[in-house]
Design a protein around this ligand. Sequence first.
Ligand code: PMV
Length: 320
Amino acid sequence: MRAVASAPGKTILFGEHFVVRGEPAVAVAVGLRARVEAEIGGDAVVVESKNLGLRESFPLHGGGEGPLYPVAVAAREGLRAANADTGVRVVVDSQIPPAAGMGSSAAVAVATVAAVAAAAGAEVEAEEVSRLAYRAEEVVHGKPSGIDNTVSAMGGAILYVKGEGARRLDIDFSPVELVLADTGIPRNTGAMVRRVLSLAERHPEVFSAIYRAAGLLARRAAELMEAGEFEAVGELMNVNHGLLSSIGVSRYEIERLVYAARRHGAFGAKLTGAGGGGFIVALAPRGVGRRIAEALGDVAARVYVVPVEEEGVRVEERDL
Ligand code: PMV
């Protein structure tokens, strides 16, 4: 009773922060995946991370702590989905940089739920996998919007509204690729979200206009993406970046990468995720990403050129 499942990381193209207060956001899955192997047996949840070089055992019920505990929560959800009253051993191996706003924890949670449920003999739909993985996300992030686990489970691109769920967008991404460049500055999503909300509370009228603009922008960008108008999509990414700067989540090191990407041929570039550090994302014509990556190489801590990943969660192997 063993199975392997994988799930992709993500980047937010439109609407981060604004999504927290009900505006739509657009996220895409990216071509970096977390892979999880699950083997049923024993009477505990044993989690091993190849990336962190850690291994820890958790009881089947009750609380826990530490970096591997969210994986144990996801594994328990997978067991419960399969009505399995047994232990499991889970091995995580991920290509997604952790704690960087690329949805690494959500992808690991999604792949873990799918691998454990499959190893225990259950077939669970992507939507249900996402819902169960969200519980593990709550352990890491408190009250996340749910966008990460949703796009990781579904793949492709989604238009996401908190509390309402996601619509998969129908987009042909073959003309473009993404450049993801890291400022190397650590960020704290919860702290950035609180900072924005507190600024918004102090200036409610001004901020309600900014939130409304961001929502209109995300919806228009989704239409343009479905129409394949990537130059216009890039223009709106630049506008979205301006709105994010206006609410105080950019910084010099982010701006430097954003401007360098634009100067070297990107359709558009913006910070992605919580901001204050972390990654920027640039949308580039296919084949141009490498050139942008080289130009950013001197100033970025690391750079990835990745396609949008069409496939969400996937059971790769299953031996029952
Ligand atoms: O953790 P990140 O960098 O992917 O940012 C999360 C995006 C926010 O909109 C800022 C918060 C959220 O929960 O959606």
